[in-house]
Design a binder for this molecule. Structure first.
Ligand SMILES: *[C@@H]1O[C@H](CO)[C@@H](O)[C@H](O)[C@H]1NC(C)=O
Ligand SMILES: *[C@@H]1O[C@H](CO)[C@@H](O)[C@H](O)[C@H]1NC(C)=O
Length: 385
C-alpha cells in the first residue's frame, strides 16, 4: 500500500514545490531584490541569479513533509524518528498509526498535554517560517527583552542593545592566546553548543550570559534526568535553533524543567541565516570551481546543507549588541578543530570557508551582505584570531 502511494506522493510534492518556487520567484521579481539605502558610494552589485538561487531552500519540501507527518502523529516511517522515540528515559509511546490511521498509545493525561503542546509549537513555528528582511531589527524584542526580564532588568521602554558582546566559538585557535579575561570583560557573552570552559578558563574565560545550541544538543540532554543541559549553570538561559522538527518534543519536555529561559530561534531568523550562508557558499563555489550554479547542490549536498551554530550566534549578536567581538572562529593548520574535544574533521554539511567570507564582509564592508534590510544598522565587529 505505502509503496504504491509513495511515487504519487513524491510527484505531487515535486509539483507543489515547483509551483511554490515559481510563485516565490515571481513575487521576488515583482518587489525588486533587497532594496538597500546607502548614504554614500554605489550600491553593491547583487547578482539577481545568485540571490534567487540562494533564496530557495532545497530541504524545504522535505521539512514540510516531516512536519505534516509529525503533526498527524506519524512517527513510524522514518528511521531517525523511531530511534528518537525509543531512546532515553522518556519513551514517547507514539507508534506508527493504527490500521485506522489514528495515533495510538496516547496513554496518560500528562503525555496527552505534552503532545498537544508539541503540536502547537510545531505548527506555530512552521507557519512563521518565511523570509523577513527586517527580522534583524526585531531581535531586541524577540530575544533580548526576554533575557532582560529574566535577569530582572527593569523594562523602562526601549532598553537598547547590550553595550559589548563576545561570541565565543569552539575552534582550537582559542588555545593560542590567553583571552579569558578579555572575553569575560564583555557585558554579554555567548557560548556555543555547550563547550565546557572548566580547565580552559585562561583561554576561553568563564562568564556565560547565554548558551547557544543546536537542537541536537538538547535532544541528547533530554535523555538525562530533568533534561540536564547546563555546563554553565542551570541559571544560564539557552537559545537553540531547531535542526529537526521532531526536536520540538525535546523542547516541549525540557521547557517544563528549565528554570532559565529556553528560547527557540525565530523561524524567520533561521530563514534569513540560511539564505545568507547559501549565498556565500554559492558565490565561493562559482569562484573556486568555475562550474555552473546548478552544480552547487551536488557539491554541497543541497538538501542537507545547513549553516553552523557559530554563524547564527554571530547573527543573533549583531541584532542585540552595540559592539561585537568574535573569538574562537577560524582554523589554522596547527590548531585543533575544537579546543575542548579531539574531533578531527569539520562536518561536511557546513561550508566554513563561505562563512569566513561572510565574517570578512561583516568586518570590512557589511553593506555587501545580502537579504538583510537596508534599515538595519550593523554594529562594529572585531574578529580575534
Ligand atoms: C550572475 O551569476 C551567474 C551565475 O554565476 C552568472 O552566470 C551571471 O553572468 C552573473 N550575472 C552578472 C550580471 O554578473
Ligand atoms: C516555556 O516555559 C516558560 C516558563 O515556564 C513559559 O513561560 C513559556 O511559555 C514556555 N514556552 C512555551 C512556548 O510554551
Amino acid at each position: 500500500m505505502k509503496r504504491r502511494i509513495r511515487p504519487l506522493f513524491s510527484l505531487l510534492l515535486v509539483i507543489v514545490l515547483a509551483a511554490t518556487l515559481s510563485l516565490r520567484v515571481s513575487v521576488r521579481a515583482g518587489t525588486k531584490p533587497v532594496p538597500r539605502v546607502f548614504s554614500k558610494g554605489a550600491l553593491p552589485a547583487f547578482n539577481a541569479t545568485l540571490l534567487k538561487f540562494a533564496s530557495v531552500d532545497a530541504g524545504e519540501a522535505r521539512l514540510q513533509q516531516e512536519i505534516e507527518q509529525l503533526v498527524e502523529g506519524n512517527f513510524g516511517n522514518r528511521g531517525r524518528h523511531r530511534s528518537f522515540l525509543s531512546s532515553g528515559k522518556y519513551r514517547f509511546d507514539i507508534r506508527a498509526r493504527s490500521a485506522r490511521g489514528i495515533p495510538v498509545s496516547l496513554r496518560s493525561p500528562q503525555f496527552y498535554r505534552l503532545w498537544l503542546d508539541f503540536k502547537r509549537h510545531l505548527q506555530d513555528w512552521s507557519q512563521k517560517r518565511r523570509y523577513e528582511p527586517d527580522i534583524m531589527s526585531d531581535m531586541v524584542d524577540i530575544v533580548k527583552d526576554k533575557i532582560d526580564r529574566y535577569n530582572g532588568v527593569a523594562k523602562k521602554g526601549f532598553e537598547g542593545r547590550f553595550k559589548t558582546c563576545a561570541v565565543v566559538g569552539n575552534s582550537g585557535i582559542l588555545l593560542n592566546n590567553e583571552n579569558g579575561k578579555l572575553i569575560d570583560g564583555h557585558e554579554f557573552v555567548i557560548r556555543l553548543n555547550n563547550a565546557r570552559t572548566g580547565s580552559f578558563e585562561r583561554h576561553v574565560g568563564s562568564k556565560t550570559s547565554v548558551s547557544f545550541v543546536n537542537s541536537n544538543i538538547l535532544h541528547l540532554c533530554a535523555r538525562r534526568e530533568g533534561c540536564f543541559c547546563h555546563p554553565y549553570g542551570a541559571e544560564v538561559p539557552m537559545i537553540m535553533y531547531i535542526c529537526q522538527p521532531v526536536h520540538f518534543l525535546d523542547y516541549t519536555l525540557c521547557n517544563l524543567s528549565h528554570k532559565a529561559p529556553l528560547l527557540v530561534t525565530d523561524p524567520r531568523f533561521d530563514v534569513l541565516c540560511a539564505r545568507i550562508v547559501k549565498y556565500y557558499s554559492v558565490k565561493r563555489f562559482l569562484k573556486d570551481t568555475g562550474k555552473g550554479i546548478e552544480e552547487w547542490g551536488s557539491a554541497h549536498d543541497g538538501a542537507n546543507f545547513h549553516y553552523s551554530s557559530g554563524i547564527q550566534a554571530v547573527m543573533l549578536a549583531l541584532g542585540i549588541c552595540d559592539k561585537l567581538s568574535v573569538f574562537g572562529f577560524g582554523k589554522f593548520a596547527s590548531a585543533k578543530h575544537h579546543y575542548h574535544t579531539n574531533q578531527k574533521a569539520e562536518l561536511r554539511l557546513h561550508d566554513y570557508e563561505a562563512e569566513y567570507d561572510f565574517y570578512h564582509d561583516l568586518v570590512a564592508r557589511p553593506e555587501v551582505i545580502p537579504f538583510i534590510s537596508g534599515k538595519f544598522k550593523f554594529p562594529p565587529v572585531v574578529i580575534h584570531q
